[in-house]
Write a protein that binds this ligand. Structure first.
Ligand code: TYD
Length: 209
């Protein structure tokens, strides 16, 4: 029996979830776990196409974007070189910065969320996270960080859209609470405080397996 975990870190743009994913990976590594930190959209071909859509270099229909994120995710899971299924089988604890709840929350703003959930059913069958951690930060605070850190905001980076995205995350958690493991962490605090809160929800997962 292996004791490695699959953890997804979720949040709106500007929530600080990437920093938190990194800090969690560092802490678990320091404790002796074999950790693989990864993210979506990926750095693969489909992920690169998605980045060019997010920066508005290319245009695509919102349903098509949802489909591309699904394709990117399946590649993230299944590719033979560094797919997550392989990494988990090799004993890594995998931390992904975004997974399918990002799709439910973001694409649910434009298309039927139930359709997005149905499209992603195969991903849930292949790998369901031991925990989805939502770093919850008020969207206006997220927008202030985005404006301070970026030359120009990406496709979904307005307070209005991020408010809808946050609302969709909470609606998706409610909808899927029977089959998914979810922790909502208050992310509106100092980086170290949020990191500690996240560590506290992860730690019991190791001891209970
Ligand atoms: P983000 O994690 O914010 O990356 P970065 O900080 O490097 O820009 O993710 C990029 C964007 O992709 C973000 O706006 C959310 C969006 N996204 C979706 O719309 N659907 C998805 O399924 C995923 C994984 C991300």
């Amino acid at each position: 029996m292996t004791n490695n975990l699959f953890i997804a870190i979720e949040g709106t743009d500007g929530s600080g979830k990437s920093t938190q994913a990194k800090l969690l990976a560092e802490r678990l590594t320091a404790e002796g776990h074999k950790v693989y930190l990864t993210f979506e959209p990926t750095k693969g071909n489909i992920g690169r196409l998605l980045r060019s859509i997010l920066t508005r270099e290319q245009k695509a229909d919102q349903a098509a974007i949802a489909g591309l994120f699904l394709a990117d995710r399946l590649d993230h899971l299944l590719n033979e070189e560094d797919g997550l299924v392989k990494k988990l089988s090799e004993g890594y604890t995998v931390i992904t910065d975004r997974y399918y709840f990002s799709s439910y929350a973001y694409h649910g703003v434009y298309v039927d969320m139930d359709w997005v959930i149905a499209c992603n059913a195969m991903c849930a069958r292949i790998l369901r996270p031991h925990l989805n951690i939502f770093v919850d930060v008020p969207p206006d605070a997220c927008m202030q960080r985005i404006i301070a850190n970026r030359e120009s905001p990406e496709l979904y980076e307005t307070t209005e859209i991020l408010n809808k995205v946050r609302h969709n995350y909470l609606a998706a958690f409610e909808k899927l609470k029977e089959e998914e493991h979810i922790a909502v962490v208050d992310g509106d605090a100092a980086v170290e405080t949020v990191a500690e809160r996240i560590y506290e929800v992860v730690l019991p997962l190791f001891s209970h397996r």
